[in-house]
Design a protein around this ligand. Structure first.
Ligand code: ANZ
Ligand code: ZN
Length: 804
């Protein structure tokens, strides 16, 4: 069969008849299937795209055929660095290259034969989309969730841009591998930290892979501890955050982070030069470096002393960069006998080490090398308490005296959204000397990204060089004002696109509340596990924030999430050009057609695991489809018959129906296809005998229906050859008839010590073991209190039991 021809034929017909147009007025339950939208890179779709999109499409088709009104849109995450970097290299404007890439990708996506309704397409770099990205920014601003602050930021000297913490991997830029440095800039942040607790709490309500939920949990990093206030000798005080209040008696020094404003205030004149030099040293390191356990601990004594609130002891105040300004209070009580970092520091600077009797946290201390170090100190009235009891008692007592109390901290930081790059949505803010920072009025959106801009990186934002963009008038006083010259992180664009799809042409509002409340949350979201924290956390934050503002009626965007696995090269390694192990879908479709590739991807891998490519596998699938084609040809020729059901084939058919309908919706495509293959084998045996045409045709049609989600063009063609009406995708999916699965039964007798005591029915193909287990579980009363000496099963006839 010429797969390419039939694929063209059906794609054309599907398009002409608008088969996949979403019907807003359908009364069937809606089902929103969404794949993470793609980045329009210049290259052709790779096997990974096919794996993701064709199998999500299999799922979407299955849901459609089982009575759902499936909404399955597609779009493009079109802003971002790659297009800009490409432009810097080639001189081709990001807008031109991106729009051209989108055109090519649309064609390629269509070749998959997916059910996307292109009427709902989104392209994030078009003003009609980013106008609303800017609107989202303004709403966050108006609700106190967007603010500007000067902050040390991760700076990539090569990309000339600020990076979010998540974009730094092991101290290096995620994109180019250059070592990241620090720089101070005034930037916009979204206050995702306000939602730390809700983001945690919501995880319990969504059907997501456990691993992904755990990653989000760790990223949010809730830490239960307490705050302890220390007085400074000579006046003043500061507070530390600790998770080990029970070790307070073993605190031998305290540390304040070098950037903390208190450091300059308390440092003695003798120590001032050393402290100043140290602060400059620390400012050069990134937060990631400073957190690294292998980094040598360094610090300087400030000359000042603090008073331990439970024993009145004076301890030295140091400044050291292993304490971060941005976590907790920026101040730490150091307990070298119980904390690894403090221990390393104390050893280096010869500070005392004191171990608190009873304070032994089995989760941490037992793993540490220094548990036997230091002199033993007791904690007076807290002696004899367990770790947890000690923490509680000490914090309660401190609370009573107004010197501390219980405290929860989160690792999560606010989301830095300013980017000093060109290819993104401009930040809709202006700055006026008189009125300060002023949001652009909503009726003036979008703030259009000018086309003609010099975006060669030089450390400033490209838009800053475009004077007619920068200079504007203040919306409040009408005086001279300047626009923000940064653009937004592209993760902002992808934080709300799922809200826009169902109402993508709305020019009055970002989305209509009634429509999104009907269409969302997304029922099945499919995409890579690499998005576990950034995109998936940001999108959840947006949903929660807009829910609280009253713009949507739900607070989780994606009720169920699936991560596809990775297809490796035939050598089991990650596909890469340099390894020469890249499989190109284009060649394969030319040779075998889209359905063969789709079905190979379905059958050859466990969807969430992926695995190595296998050329023989795809050939085998191709032969399988041709085998089905011959079968359909033979069935179509059959004539006459009474509709007499063949029990064996009917059993196989319903067995397949039962399993396939179970497996498709849980993305277990490989097992579903395996059942269809078994059915085809059984069908061949049946067709070799002289079969009944009425039953055979019905069974063959059901076979096509089972196959349709995974091999759509082929199945539509086979359906037509069997005389089915257009389209197979408007048919109801076959439903399993359980009675077909009950094999015939036999009646058997139970003899106990030679006497027939009972009779029972059991499936005629039950094994000896099954029969014995059945009898033992149901008829134990027949030999109650006696010991079984012999248990003999004569299948299909009798069970003989000898007892004593
Ligand atoms: C005394 C102590 C004794 C501590 C001990 C730990 C073990 P998590 O669990 O991550 O929240 N800490 C507090 N603020 C810090 C900062 N800004 N920079 C670096 N370290 C900081 O960790 C909390 C613990 O990390 C706190 O408890 C504090 O050290 C330290 F045996 O206090 B602990
Ligand atoms: Zn003004």
């Amino acid at each position: 069969m010429n797969f390419t021809d039939i694929e063209k034929k059906w794609q054309k017909k599907w398009a002409e008849t608008g088969l996949y147009k979403f019907d807003k007025n359908s009364l069937k339950p809606k089902h929103y299937v969404l794949e993470m939208f793609s980045y329009p890179s210049g290259a052709n779709l790779h096997v990974g795209h096919w794996y993701n999109y064709s199998l999500s499409d299999t799922y979407a088709r299955f849901m459609r055929m089982t009575g759902h009104n499936v909404f399955h849109p597609m779009g493009f995450d079109a802003f971002g660095l790659p297009a800009e970097n490409y432009a810097i290299k080639t001189g081709i404007h990001p807008s031109d290259s991106t729009l051209k890439n989108i055109e090519t990708m649309e064609k390629q996506l269509q070749a998959i034969g997916a059910t996307f309704d292109w009427d709902y397409e989104l392209v994030t770099c078009l003003p009609e989309y980013y106008k609303w990205t800017q609107w989202c920014f303004l709403q966050l601003y108006k609700h106190g969730l967007a603010y500007r602050k000067a902050a040390p930021v991760n700076w990539c000297p090569s990309c000339q841009t600020v990076l979010a913490n998540e974009q730094v991997e092991g101290g290096e830029c995620e994109r180019c591998g250059t070592a990241v440095t620090r720089k101070h800039l005034t930037q916009w942040f979204f206050k995702i930290t306000d939602y730390a607790e809700q983001l945690l709490e919501g995880l319990d309500r969504i059907d997501w892979p456990e691993k992904t939920k755990l990653m989000q949990k760790n990223w949010i990093g809730k830490s239960r501890g307490g705050e302890v206030k220390f007085d400074i000798v000579g006046g003043g005080d500061f507070t530390v955050f600790t998770t080990r209040a029970d070790t307070l008696c073993g605190c031998t020094y305290v540390v304040i982070s070098p950037e903390h404003p208190l450091v300059d205030k308390i440092t003695t004149s003798v120590q001032a030069p050393a402290v100043k030099e140290y602060q400059e040293y620390a400012a050069k390191a990134t937060e990631i470096d400073r957190l690294s356990t292998t980094r040598e601990k360094t610090g300087v004594f400030t000359g000042a002393y603090a008073v331990n609130p439970i024993n009145g002891r004076q301890v030295p105040i140091w400044t050291a960069d292993y304490v971060l300004a941005s976590y907790g209070t920026g101040c730490v009580m150091a307990v070298p006998a119980h904390d690894e970092r403090d221990f390393a520091f104390a050893e280096k600077y010869n500070l005392p080490i004191e171990r608190v009797i009873d304070a032994k946290d089995k989760d941490t201390d037992d793993k540490l090398p220094f548990t036997e170090h230091g002199i033993l100190v007791n904690s007076g009235k807290y002696d004899g308490l367990t770790t947890e009891e000690g923490k509680k008692a000490i914090l309660e007592d401190l609370g009573k005296e107004g010197r501390g109390g219980f405290k929860i901290n989160y690792r999560l930081r606010d989301w830095l959204v300013s980017r000093q790059r060109y290819w993104g949505a401009p930040i809709p803010m202006v700055y006026c000397d008189k009125c300060g920072e002023v949001p652009v009025p909503e009726d003036q959106l979008p703030v259009e990204l000018p086309y003609d801009v010099n975006f060669t990186p030089d450390g400033t934002s490209p838009l800053a060089k475009k004077e007619d963009f920068v200079n504007t008038t203040c919306p409040i006083c009408g005086g001279k004002a300047k626009r923000d010259v940064d653009t937004m992180d592209t993760f902002v664009c992808s934080s709300w696109y799922y809200l826009r799809y169902p109402d993508n042409k709305n020019s009055e509002e970002a989305w209509n509340k009634k429509i999104v409340d009907e269409m969302l949350p997304v029922d099945k979201y499919i995409g890579g596990a690499e998005h576990a924290v950034m995109h998936l956390l940001y999108a959840r934050f947006f949903t929660k924030a807009f829910h609280d503002m009253g713009y949507i009626g739900f607070d989780e965007p994606f009720m169920s999430l699936v991560h596809q696995g990775t297809i490796l090269g035939p050598d089991g390694e990650k596909m890469s050009k340099s390894r020469g192990n890249v499989i190109s879908p284009d060649d394969l479709i030319k040779k075998y057609g889209s359905d063969t590739l789709r079905m190979y991807l379905a059958f050859g891998f466990n969807y969430v695991e992926g695995g190595p490519w296998n050329d023989d596998g795809i050939k085998a699938i191709n032969r399988f489809l041709e085998r089905v084609e011959r079968l359909v040809g033979a069935v179509a020729k059959l004539e006459g018959g009474s509709g007499k059901v063949d029990a064996d084939l009917n059993y196989q058919l319903h067995y397949a129906i039962k399993n396939v309908t179970h497996d498709y919706p849980i993305f277990s495509f490989n097992t579903a296809v395996a059942r269809i293959m078994e059915l085809v084998n059984a069908f061949y045996k049946y067709i070799d005998a002289q079969p009944d045409s009425v039953f055979a045709k019905d069974a063959a049609q059901k076979l096509c229906l089972l196959l349709a989600p995974v091999a759509p063009h082929f199945s539509e063609e086979m359906w037509e050859r069997l005389g089915g009406g257009y389209s197979i995708f408007n048919q109801d999916y076959p439903v399993c008839d359980e009675s077909a699965l009950v094999r015939s039964t036999v009646n058997m007798a139970i003899q106990v010590n030679g006497k027939v005591r009972a009779k029972f029915d059991i499936s005629s193909d039950a094994s000896k073991e099954e029969t014995e287990a059945f009898v033992r579980s149901r008829f134990a009363n027949l030999w109650e209190g006696k010991e079984i000496v012999k248990f003999i099963v004569v299948p299909g006839r009798i069970v003989n039991i000898v007892v004593k």
